[in-house]
Every structure is written in C-alpha cells, then in structure tokens.
Design a binder for this molecule. Structure first.
Ligand code: FES
Length: 647
C-alpha cells in the first residue's frame, strides 16, 4: 500500500508520508515553512494549519478531516488553555492518517500604501532570518563539567538541528541567570541569513518566549516609511511614516551632499538626524502595535544611494560627482546596536544592495516587489522624485538608469507649487470652449463647481498646486489649446479670455482667483517640460539599449506615481506610449520589497543576484541623451509616435 499523499497550500509542495507522521515533520521535510517556537511541545501554538476538505482532481487527492488524527492529549490541553480558531489544528501534534490537503495560513500581508488608492494585497511566504527555539536544557552535573552555555548549544543542536552555533557576546554573561530563571527552559532567537553563514544566538529569554518582530523601512529623502511585522505570523502589526528631518539640511539630495561637503560635521549631523527619525518611528510603530521594542529582532532597510550612505554613516561626497562611486553596492549585513537602533541589542540589520550611483536600494526593493525579471513582457518601472530611478526589462535582460528630473514634479520651483497637503489643488479639468477650470483640493471630495465646495475651500483654503495637479493642469492646458505643442502659452487668447493674462513678456493661465491667485506661468510650463523631457530621455535610452520601440506595461512606484493620472502622464509624454490599462501605480514598492526581504531571506538572495546582472547606464555619459531630451521637450514628443494615446 502506498503512503498517504500530502499537499501543502499555497506552496503546492507535496509528498508521501507514512501514517502517523506529524504534519509539521512532513512540512519540514518538504521545505514548507511552518513556524514552531516550542519545538513540537504543543505549547506555543505557532504551528497551526487547516485541512481543506474535498476532491482535488488535479492531484488525485480526496482530503477530509477523517484523514487527520483526532485531537490528542497535548493538543487538547493547548485548546483548553488557549483555544484554537475553527478548523485550525496544531501541526506538531496532528498526524497524517490519509491523503490531505493542508493549508498553511499565511496571514496575508497588506501593502499599506501611504496613498489614497486601494491597497494591494499579496501573500509572502515566510522564511525569516530569525527563528525562536524553545529548549529544555539539562541541569548541571558535577560529573559532566560542561558549561551551561555549552549544554544549551548541545540541546539546540539535538532538538532543532542547529549545528556549529555562534553566540552573540552580550548573551554570554546572562546565560546562567536566564537558564535558572526559566527553570532550565529557555527560548533562543537564532539568526541565520545566508545558508553558508553560521547560525548565531542573538537573544535569550527564560521560559517560552512567543514574540518575534521585524521592521521593514524605506528611508526616502522626504519621507521615512516603516512596517512592523510579526516574524512568526507575517502579520503587519503597524505601519507609519514620518518626514525625514534631514530636510532642514537641504530639500533635495544634492543639497544634502553639498551640506556634507561644506560642513565638517555635516555627515555626522545628518546620520544622527536620520537614525533619530528611524528610532522615533520604531517607537511609534511599536506603541501602535502594542509590541515591546525589545522584541524587534531583525530589520531591513532600503533607500536611495545618498540616504543609504548617510544612514550607514558613510560620507556621500563621492555620489555628488562623476563617476558617482558608491562606497558599497552589495547588500550590507549589520547589527542594530552598531547603528544605534532602539531595538533588541542582538537584532540584525540587512540593507538591500544598491543598483548604481543614482539607482539605490529603494529601486532594488521596487524590483523585488514588481519582479520585472520574472516577466515575459517588457516592464518599465519609474520612481519619480527629484531624481527619477528607471528600471526596464523582462526575464531576459534588465537595465537601469537615473534621470535628473529636478524638483518640478514635487511642486518645487513652480510658482504656486507645493507639497501634497490639505488645500492643495489635486485634479484639474479645463473646458475647451470657455477655458474655465474645474478642480479638486486635497481634503475635499468635491469639484470646484459642485455645491458645497465653497465651504470646503473656506475651511481648507486653496493654497497651491501639488505635483499631480501640475501634470494635469499643463496637460489640460495643452488639450484645451491654451498652448502649442512646444509648450508656448498662446497670448492671442488674452484678448477674448480673462483666464490668460500677461506676465512680463510671456503669458500665464489663471487657475484660481481667490484670496490667493493661483497662476500657471510660462516658466512653470517650461519647468514641467524640462522635468518630463529628462525622464523620457532616460527611458528612451534604456529602450534603445534593449533595442525595443515600445513597452508592454508601466509601473509607477513612490507616492508621486500614485497621485498622477496615467492618461495625463502620457498626454505630456512623461512615459512612452502604452496601453492605458497597463499603466499602474504601485505605491511604496520599495517598502514592499523591504518587507519581502524581511519575511523571507530567499528574497535577499534573489535581489542580490538580480542586482548583479542589471545593466547600469549612466545617462549623463550617453551622447544620445541630449537628442532624446530635445525631442521630448515637445508635447507629447517631437518625433516619437503615441498611437495608443491617439486611439
Ligand atoms: Fe509549538 Fe506546535 S510547535 S504548538
């Protein structure tokens, strides 16, 4: 008779096992990650699974609750004490008695976007770099003079298979007290990132310790975003963000590099500022999630190259000038204590690799999240900031570059530009006949010609235009015939329309006449043209590199991408022609990538390998950049066709 077949979902891994095999053992053998802290003593409750009932034709399995053992003593005791949700069983105690389809509940990870679009849900299979292992250590014996720590290591090897364990130095002085306090039962946190690295005891608690958390953090030049996640369930306990306090040293990246170059203590001050903000955020997410900071055992960081360097305490001066040399491009393995992080003293830190001098670990995180290297179709990913990071490719080849778009897309250097905040104009439409605008402001659901808008406007003010509105208003001005395809505002309209007003020798469009007049000037239009031309020229260079004339799908990463309407991005020629339905905003993809690397160390190896083979292009050195740039100054482009847009 053949042994029963067991199929694990969602991984789809399966195998045959003799009747009576604990389901946890079968999972282990197949490499299915099921958490266990107590080592199968039915006390931690971490190994829960669910049995699916029904016929699974493809796998020829009839799975039913009759094929799993009835609840035995240990499991019963657990249920009496702690309870179990309907349908759940402890896989360390329940055994295989027939064919089974076993669901390993992956507490679904939500990509909590910092924006107002609907969140993206995805499931990340867990294989964290830190595991909790409960053991019961033999009491000391005068006749076997093995040290307490040595007996702990021996039992961790015997019960959990950890060979060749290292021990963090700070644990050693505490071992004896911890063992006695736990009455010889202790929980060790073991860290192993690379399969080839030696596992290390990084924390030790008396008794059964059932909580292990990690943080995934994206350090942006403007905003720092963080998730606090249970390493045992994958559940996000809290997510939050804060503004990067380095802004006081300079709005954009280059001004921060200059600050370091001009001030002897500049680097130290900026490192201190960013680490301080990270620590404040750790405290905040832990408070919100009801988690003791001491239970944070692993941390993953992403950031653009300059943020990456400053966070690690590296002088970013070299990144301010050609050849834009990174101090370190590979992944960084470090310790929370070395970086002054307010988490468990033994906690580890992993920083994703940087792709190039201007394409950072944040872009690597976005690659991990969107997976262009697994696509058949050609995917373009853009993260628009003062410096746009661009990645293009598919399973065959991936190329990356950055483009100096400047701060126009963030609302800086625009007459009435401002950051996205309540009161900022967000959406704009212009009537083609009357040239009258309608708009919305952040904080109100209403359009400016809706009833009740006046009250909202009085409450919030109409304060300026944010980045997404700048794209829309310029595109709408073009569509309404207010300006030519070269971006010149038509002064002849002023004679018959009060919305067009003289502004020195050029013309402006009056978007709003309130206490504060909001104008879109010729200079503003130029700033948008320069920014979009730089972005598009960078994208075209990469397309040329791959020898392609169109892309199949476009992903906008970052907050800015989530606000802009793809249609307007294409009307302006920010991005190449593409099916509109294939242009998607993916929110903080860099943060999602960090989360993936936190929950599953296989993703760390994946991104390290992908980054090694991404071909990097330095736009500043490419002679074709200038030609593409000049063509891209026109709306949408002087030479490149936009057939899908026309359709
Ligand atoms: Fe701890 Fe099953 S492994 S309860």
């Amino acid at each position: 008779l053949t042994d029963p077949l067991v199929l694990f979902m969602p991984s789809g891994k399966r195998g045959r096992f003799p009747k009576g095999t604990p389901i946890l053992d079968a999972a282990r053998e197949l490499g299915v990650y099921v958490e266990s802290v107590c080592g199968g003593r039915a006390t931690c409750g971490r190994c829960q699974i669910e049995v699916q009932e029904g016929q699974f034709a493809k796998h020829k399995i009839v799975s039913s609750l009759d094929n799993i053992s009835v609840m035995g003593g240990r499991e019963r005791r657990y249920v009496d004490k702690r309870g179990l949700a309907d349908g759940r069983r402890l896989s360390c105690s329940a055994t295989i008695e027939g064919d089974l389809v076993v669901d390993v509940p992956q507490d679904t990870v939500i990509n909590a976007q910092v924006v107002r679009k609907s969140p993206i849900e995805r499931t990340i299979e867990r294989n964290p770099a830190v595991q909790l292992c409960y053991v019961e250590v033999d009491e000391p014996d005068m006749h076997k003079p093995l040290g307490d720590l040595d007996r702990l290591k021996a039992v961790l090897e015997r019960d959990w298979g950890w060979e060749d364990l290292l021990v963090s130095q700070h644990i050693i002085p505490t071992v004896q007290a911890t063992l006695r306090k736990g009455n010889w039962g202790v929980t060790a946190a073991i860290h192993q990132d690379l399969d080839s690295s030696r596992p290390t005891i990084i924390a030790l608690w008396p008794g059964l310790h059932n909580e292990a958390y990690g943080i995934a953090c994206d350090i942006g030049s403007t905003t720092i975003a963080m998730h606090l996640v249970s390493l045992l369930s994958g559940r996000i306990a809290a997510s939050s963000g804060t503004s990067n306090p380095q802004i006081r040293f300079g709005e954009d990246l280059m001004s921060r590099v200059s600050y370091v170059m001009m001030n002897p203590d500049g680097r130290v001050a900026m490192t201190k500022a960013v680490r301080g903000a990270v620590n404040a955020l750790v405290e905040k997410v832990c408070r919100e999630g009801g988690v003791d900071q001491d239970n944070v055992l692993d941390a993953v960081f992403v950031g653009n190259p300059i943020m990456h360097h400053l966070f690690l305490g590296i002088d970013p001066t070299e990144l301010g000038q050609a050849p834009f040399a990174l101090a370190v491009s590979g992944a960084v393995h470090s310790w929370g204590s070395e970086l002054g992080l307010a988490i468990n003293f033994g906690a580890r830190v992993y920083v994703l690799p940087c792709i190039a001098g201007h394409v950072g670990a944040d872009a690597a995180g976005a690659v991990l999240s969107e997976q262009p290297h697994h696509q058949e179709r050609m995917m373009l990913m853009v993260d628009v900031g003062t410096n746009a990071e661009i990645v293009l490719g598919n399973s065959q080849r991936v190329v990356a570059a950055s483009s100096p778009t400047g701060p126009a897309f963030e609302g800086a250097e625009i007459t009435s530009g401002q950051r996205a905040a309540p009161g900022a104009i967000e959406r704009v439409r212009i009537d083609k006949d009357t040239l009258e605008p309608r708009f919305t402001i952040i904080g109100s659901e209403l359009w400016s010609d809706d009833e009740g808008f006046e009250a909202d406007a009085a409450r919030l003010g109409v304060t300026g235009v944010c980045g997404s509105a700048i794209i829309e208003v310029v595109a709408e001005m073009y569509l309404a015939g207010i300006m030519s395809e070269d971006g010149v505002i038509d002064g002849a309209l002023a004679a018959r329309n009060p919305r067009i007003v003289a502004d020195g020798r050029t013309w402006s469009y009056v978007l709003h006449q309130g206490t504060q007049k909001i104008l879109i000037t010729q200079t503003d239009v130029r700033a948008v043209q320069l920014a979009k031309a730089a972005l598009y020229a960078g994208i075209r260079l990469l397309m040329e590199k791959l020898g392609i004339d169109h892309v199949d799908t476009i992903r906008f990463a970052g907050a800015f991408g989530s606000f802009i309407d793809p249609k307007y991005a294409m009307v302006l020629g920010l991005i190449p022609d593409c099916e509109l339905a294939e242009v998607k905003a993916v929110g903080n993809a860099a943060g999602t990538g960090a989360l993936m690397a936190l929950l599953n160390r296989d993703y760390r190896r994946e991104i390290e390998e992908v980054v090694r083979r991404i071909e990097k292009i330095e736009t500043a050195l490419e002679p074709r950049f200038q030609a593409h740039f000049i063509h891209a100054m026109a709306l949408p482009n002087k030479v490149d066709p936009f057939p899908k847009l026309a359709a």
